[in-house]
Design a protein around this ligand. Structure first.
Ligand SMILES: Nc1ncnc2c1ncn2[C@@H]1O[C@H](COP(=O)(O)OP(=O)(O)OP(=O)(O)O)[C@@H](O)[C@H]1O
Ligand SMILES: [Mg+2]
Length: 273
C-alpha cells in the first residue's frame, strides 16, 4: 500500500469575522497536493473571508491553518501575509489585484519582492506563460482589459514561486470568451504542479475542473465531495447551482451536512513553474 500524501493545506474548525461579528463559524477544508479545490456558496457565505483568513489578512478567533509545502509542515494560523507568501502561498484578491499606475513589468517585479535572486528568470517564465504581458510590459497595468488584468494578477502571484494559489472570483465580470481563456490558464498553471483554491460564482464551470469542492453557507461547511459528484448532487444542484429556486430553504441545519471521503491526490504533475 502506498501512503497518501497529506493535504498541502488544511483548515480545521476555523472561526473568523470582522469586529464583533463572527462570519466563519467552523470551517474545515483540505487541499490535496496538486489539486484544484473549489469553494462555492451564496453571496455572503464567507468564501472571501475564508481566503483572507488562510492568507493572514484576518486573524482567526479559533481553529488552525496548516500548510505543507514540499517536505515541511507549517502552522500558519494567524501568520501575516508576507510570511505566508515567503512559505510559498500566494493570494489573488477579486478586486484591486494589480497596481494600475505601474507598468506590467513593475507589477510583476512587485510580486517577487521577497526573492533575493532569480527575479529575471521568473519574469522570463511569466512572459513565456503569458506572451501578451511581454509585448506590453512597459504599458501601464491600468490600460489592460479585464481579462488581461486577471492574467497579470495571476502572473504577479506566481512571481514569488508559490506551491499553492488562492484565487478569489477569477472570472468575475469577464465576457464569456475571456472567461474561457482565464479558466484555460488556470488549468495550465495547475498542470505545472501548483495546487489551487478557487472561489467562484461561476460554480458549475469551477466544479467541473476541480478535483474536489466545498459548499459554504452562512459560514459553515454544507457539502463537500469530488467536483463531478457535487455537480450532479441533487441537493447541491437544487440549492446552489440554480436548480429549483436558488437558495430556497438553504439555511444549514448541520444535520444534513454531507461529508465525503477526502480525495486522493491527483496524479503526479509534469514540472513546476
Ligand atoms: N471588511 C469587512 N467588514 C465587515 N464585514 C465584512 C467585511 N467583509 C465582509 N464582511 C461581511 O462578511 C460576510 C461574508 O462576506 P464574504 O465577503 O466573505 O462573503 P462571500 O461568500 O465571499 O460573498 P460574495 O459571493 O458576495 O463574494 C458578509 O456578510 C459581509 O458583509
Ligand atoms: Mg467574495
Amino acid at each position: 500500500m502506498t501512503a497518501v500524501a497529506p493535504p498541502i493545506l488544511e483548515t480545521t474548525g476555523l472561526k473568523a469575522g470582522y469586529f464583533e461579528v463572527n462570519i466563519l463559524h467552523d470551517v474545515s477544508i483540505a487541499v490535496p497536493r496538486g489539486a484544484i479545490v473549489s469553494v462555492i456558496g451564496p453571496n455572503g457565505a464567507g468564501k472571501s473571508t475564508l481566503l483572507k483568513t488562510i492568507y493572514g489578512f484576518l486573524k482567526p478567533r479559533d481553529g488552525r491553518v496548516v500548510y505543507r509545502p514540499d517536505g515541511a509542515e507549517h502552522d500558519i494560523t494567524g501568520l501575516r501575509p508576507n510570511r505566508v507568501t515567503a512559505l510559498g502561498l500566494s493570494y489573488i484578491p477579486q478586486l484591486d489585484n494589480v497596481f494600475p499606475n505601474m507598468s506590467i513589468q513593475e507589477n510583476l517585479e512587485m510580486g517577487a519582492f521577497l526573492l533575493r535572486t532569480g527575479v529575471d528568470e521568473r519574469l522570463e517564465r511569466m512572459f513565456e506563460l503569458f506572451p501578451l504581458l511581454r509585448e506590453r510590459r512597459r504599458a501601464k497595468a491600468g490600460g489592460l482589459s479585464g481579462g488581461q488584468r486577471q492574467m497579470l494578477a495571476m502572473a504577479r502571484a506566481l512571481m514569488s514561486g508559490p506551491d499553492l494559489l488562492l484565487l478569489d472570483e477569477p472570472s468575475a465580470g469577464l465576457a464569456p470568451n475571456v472567461v474561457d481563456e482565464v479558466f484555460d490558464k488556470i488549468r495550465e498553471i495547475n498542470a505545472a504542479g501548483i495546487s489551487m483554491i478557487i472561489v467562484e460564482q461561476n460554480a458549475r464551470r469551477s466544479l467541473a475542473m476541480s478535483d474536489y469542492g466545498y459548499v459554504l453557507d452562512m459560514g459553515r461547511n454544507r457539502f463537500e465531495g469530488p467536483g463531478e459528484r457535487l455537480l450532479h448532487d441533487e441537493k447541491v444542484v437544487d440549492l446552489y447551482l440554480g436548480g429549483r429556486g436558488r437558495l430556497a430553504a438553504a439555511a444549514p441545519s448541520g444535520e444534513d451536512y454531507e461529508a465525503a471521503e477526502r480525495p486522493p491526490p491527483p496524479a503526479q504533475r509534469r514540472f513546476r513553474l
